[in-house]
Design a protein around this ligand. Structure first.
Ligand SMILES: [Zn+2]
Length: 307
C-alpha cells in the first residue's frame, strides 16, 4: 500500500494578498521538492473532494458555517480577523482542505492507503468551533478526527500538533471530548498566546522557549508526549503538520531541521504501529519559508512512505 497524497487545484486559488505569508506558492514549493526528491511518483494521488456540511457540523457551529458561506466575496478580499481573509476562491479551497482531510481518513481506515498527507490550504488548527483566526477557516484536522470517530466508529484518536504555534482551535473543539487526545508542542510565549496553562488530562501541551532546537525538542517530546500517547493507546493518529518551527523559517524562533521532522514522524508512526495498525493521517498546517517548507514536508512525507 502506498502513502496517499491529497490536494486540489482550488487550494492554489485562495490568495490573501501578495504580501501574505500563507500563500499559494507554499503548495507549489512542496510539490516541487517532492518531484526533485523523486518522491512524488511513489505516492497515490487523490483530488481532495469538497467537505460535506454534515462533516463540518461535527466540529463547527452551524451559525459559523453559515457565516463563512455568507462571507465569501464576489470580488476583492473580506477580512475574517486581523490576518485571515477570504477572496472569491477561498470558500472552495477551505471546503477542499477539510474534505481532503476527511477523505484521507476514509482511505486509511478503508485500507486503500497505508497513511496519508493532505497538502491543502487554508490550514486549520487555529480555527475554533465558531471563529476563524490565524490564517485558518475550517479546522481540517478536527474534521478528520471526527470522521474517524463518528463515521468509522473509532473510540480513541490522538492528534500530534508539531506546528510552532499552539493548536488552540483543535484544543477548544476537543477539550471536552474523552475520545480525543491532543499533543501540541509550541513556542511560548507566542501567538496565539494559549495552551500554556491548560489543565486537562487529554490535552498535552508542551510550551517551549524561543530558540528551542532539535535536542531539547526531542527530549521534551520523548518525555512528555510519548508516554501519554502510549497510555492513551489511540486507534488512529493525526498530525497537524506545521513546518514553521524550521530554523530557516522567520515566522518563529525554533531551530528544527529536516532530520527533526523525520524523527517526529518516526515517533508518530511507531506509536501508530504499536496501537493503531499503523494508521496515520497528516494534515498540512504552517510553514512559510518556501525552501525549508518544501524540504521539511518532503522529509516528512518520505518517512510516511518509507522511501
Ligand atoms: Zn504555525
Amino acid at each position: 500500500m502506498h502513502t496517499a497524497y491529497l490536494t486540489h487545484a482550488d487550494c492554489l486559488m485562495h490568495d490573501m494578498g501578495s504580501r501574505h505569508p500563507e500563500s499559494p506558492v507554499r503548495l507549489r514549493a512542496i510539490d516541487d521538492r517532492l518531484h526533485a526528491a523523486h518522491v512524488f511518483d511513489h505516492l497515490a494521488h487523490h483530488r481532495a473532494p469538497p467537505v460535506q456540511r454534515a462533516q463540518l457540523l461535527r466540529v463547527h457551529d452551524a451559525s459559523y458555517v453559515d457565516f463563512i458561506e455568507a462571507s465569501s466575496p464576489e470580488h476583492g478580499l473580506r477580512a475574517l480577523d486581523a490576518d485571515t481573509r477570504m477572496n472569491p476562491h477561498t470558500l472552495a479551497a477551505a471546503r477542499r482542505a477539510a474534505g481532503g482531510a476527511a477523505m484521507a481518513v476514509d482511505l486509511v481506515i478503508g485500507d486503500e492507503a497505508a497513511n496519508a498527507f493532505v497538502a491543502c490550504r487554508p490550514p486549520g488548527h487555529h480555527a475554533t468551533r465558531s471563529q476563524a483566526m490565524g490564517f485558518c477557516i475550517f479546522n481540517n484536522v478536527a474534521v478528520a478526527a471526527a470522521q474517524a470517530l463518528d463515521v468509522h466508529g473509532l473510540e480513541r484518536v490522538a492528534i500530534v500538533d508539531f506546528d510552532v504555534h499552539h493548536g488552540n482551535g483543535t484544543e477548544e473543539i476537543f477539550r471536552d471530548d474523552p475520545r480525543v487526545m491532543l499533543c501540541s508542542t509550541f513556542q511560548h510565549p507566542f501567538y496565539p498566546f494559549a495552551g500554556a496553562d491548560t489543565a486537562n488530562a487529554r490535552i498535552v501541551n508542551v510550551p517551549l522557549r524561543a530558540g528551542t532546537d532539535g535536542a531539547p525538542y526531542r527530549d521534551a517530546f520523548h518525555a512528555q508526549i510519548l508516554p501519554r500517547l502510549d497510555a492513551f493507546a489511540p486507534e488512529m493518529l493525526f498530525c497537524s503538520a506545521g513546518f514553521d518551527g524550521h530554523r530557516e523559517d522567520g515566522m518563529a524562533q525554533f531551530g528544527l531541521l529536516e532530520a527533526d521532522y523525520v524523527w517526529i514522524t518516526e515517533q508518530v508512526m511507531a506509536v501508530a504501529a504499536r496501537h493503531a495498525g499503523g494508521r496515520v493521517v497528516s494534515v498540512l498546517e504552517g510553514g512559510y519559508d518556501l525552501n525549508s517548507l518544501g524540504r521539511s514536508a518532503t522529509a516528512h512525507i518520505k518517512t510516511l512512505a518509507a522511501l
